[in-house]
Write a protein that binds this ligand. Structure first.
Ligand code: MSP
Length: 510
């Protein structure tokens, strides 16, 4: 049976430039999707941009740019960053695509036909930077008297005609779904947060799903004085990008009804874990299998924000430290699901960890092999000696361990486990001292170096999703032919040529 896997990131607002936070989510999805591909899955990975709504319109006006040019230019910036970071997405979504607009209107129509939309009057608070209606009970009044949303975003009072979605009808159904599917919202702390929100105030209130005081949005069918609330439009992208409302396309069939995961951060949990499933229920459609919410990056302990001007541009990091060094740092330095803090010192520590542990292991062994084993995977005499074959056997189970971590979205634990392998291999070299064996027992040296090449190959296969470019180079230099996980335990062929090794991970010297 074909194993399908659908993975998405949020589609990002194009009101400015991308920063480390956006790069982080798309990178995590890239790493997870590359892992699945290597593991034999048929993967579809989507990322992209969210281009309608008041926030985008206002930002274009502020910058004195026609909104169409603004969204094109900013969407391209995100795309350029993702390309520079070597993200292997299958579709780059833009909500301004024609097909998406039509599909969102079809979704609206179906919700209306199913009896879940009615017209009313909205009077309440709105946080434009979050594009969120904020209930009175959540409004925070600051010392100077200004009112803000719990996120800290400014709010303004709105009174306008609006269409509503009957969200209140879904409280019990959502609670039941969350209870029946303990893996639906992860990590667990986030699930508890969602349940508490549904239960607060005696259940969910109906949701305003149109705006009538500006026009930058998808027009409501048959009522052009309203545009569809940007979150209804944006969340729909997860299915419109698969061809919905057409339900017979292979993309929709394979990927919406199969295994899937929305990767997001905690700021947009409510939209994904409450509104989105309720919208889908109103359309009689299956729900996503999982929603994983990671934490937030800060910069030297401070919240990253445009107004503070402390956004970290991943392109600068890559220029200073290297592409795969940056990818490694982002995945290695923090717990996936928790918050993380950026500092140059921690970045530099990770760059050197990569060079000292992995770089050193690979370069040390492959240089010896190249020099002393006729540029080939060592050809040892007889059967591999038991100490060496045990060293290899010890890594037989590691693919399963890593797979388990990745399936549980413990990306940091997967990397930590690979690092345990790297450290163990470095200690084993020191204990075996092949450089000394070269003078005393050349055959044993061949056994030892062979075992090291095999274990290094396994480590490299596991590291490909994290640093595809650099690791790919080393695997190519070793002439490894099957780089999928099916090749994990297939032993290297003694005598196969290797190329002259190059230093791939250099130290950061400042
Ligand atoms: N357009 C909506 C999402 C619609 S999805 C149907 C949106 N866009 S956003 O540009 O604000 O992106 C929010 C997402 O960007 C977060 O959920 C997270 O994935 C990522 N991050 C933005 N800043 C971040 C940090 N400081 N740290 C980690 N991730 C953050 O919300």
């Amino acid at each position: 049976m074909e194993k399908n896997y659908y993975i998405t990131t949020p589609i990002y607002y194009v009101n400015g430039e991308p920063h480390i936070g956006h790069a982080y989510t798309t990178l995590a999805a890239d790493v997870l999707s590359r892992f699945k591909r290597l593991d034999g899955y048929n993967v579809r990975f989507h990322t992209g941009t969210d281009e309608f709504g008041q926030k985008i319109e206002e930002s274009a006006n502020k910058n004195n740019i026609d909104v169409h040019d603004w969204i094109d230019q900013n969407s391209q910036r995100f795309r350029d960053l993702f390309d520079a970071m070597n993200m292997q997405y299958d579709h780059y979504m833009r909500t301004s695509y024609d097909y998406h607009i039509k599909s969102v209107q079809a979704i609206w129509q179906k919700m209306l036909d199913n009896g879940y939309i009615y017209k009313g009057q909205y009077a309440g608070w709105y946080a434009t930077s979050d594009e969120a209606f904020v209930p009175e009970s959540e409004i925070i009044t600051k010392e100077d008297g200004t009112k803000v949303a719990p996120s800290g975003s400014a709010v303004k009072w709105l009174e306008e005609e609006s269409y509503f979605f009957k969200l209140s009808e879904f409280s019990d159904k959502l609670l039941k779904h969350i209870e029946d599917n303990p893996d639906f919202i992860r990590p667990k702390s986030r699930r508890n947060e969602v349940v508490a929100f549904i239960n607060s105030d005696g259940g969910l209130r109906d949701l305003s799903i149109s705006r009538s005081t500006f026009s930058w949005g998808v027009p409501v069918p048959n009522d052009e004085s309203h545009v569809i609330y940007v979150w209804l439009d944006a969340l729909s992208n997860y299915i419109t990008a698969l061809g919905y409302p057409e339900e017979t396309t292979p993309e929709y069939q394979n990927f919406w009804t199969g295994q899937g995961i929305h990767i997001i951060a905690k700021d947009i949990l409510r939209f994904h874990a409450i509104y989105w499933p309720a919208f889908l229920m109103s359309l009689d459609l299956p729900l996503p299998k999982h929603i994983f919410s990671h934490g937030w990056w800060t910069n030297n302990g401070e919240k990253i924000s445009k107004s503070k001007g402390n956004q970290i541009n991943p392109l600068d990091l890559m220029k200073e430290y290297g592409l795969d060094q940056t990818r490694f740092f982002l995945m290695r330095d923090i717990t996936f699901g928790g918050d993380g803090d950026f500092s140059d010192a921690s970045m530099q520590r990770r760059v050197n960890e990569l060079s000292n542990d992995l770089g050193n292991l690979g370069y040390r062994v492959l240089s010896m092999v190249y020099k002393h084993c006729n540029n080939a995977i060592p050809a040892y005499d007889g059967d591999l000696d038991s100490e060496c074959s045990d060293f290899i056997k010890n890594t037989d189970k590691d693919l399963d361990i890593i797979r388990n971590h990745m399936d549980n979205y413990e990306i940091h634990n997967a990397l930590e486990h690979i690092w345990v392998m790297v450290r163990a291999a470095n200690s084993w070299i020191d204990a075996q001292a092949p450089w000394a064996l070269r003078k005393t027992d050349i055959n044993k040296m061949n056994h030892v170096l062979y075992a090291l090449c095999e274990v290094i190959k396994r480590i490299l296969l596991l590291l490909q999703p994290f640093m595809p470019d650099s690791i790919g180079k080393i695997l190519t230099s070793m002439n490894v032919s099957d780089t999928n996980f099916t090749g994990y335990a297939t032993l290297l062929v003694p005598g196969n040529q290797i190329n002259k090794p190059e230093i791939v991970f250099t130290r950061y010297e400042g």
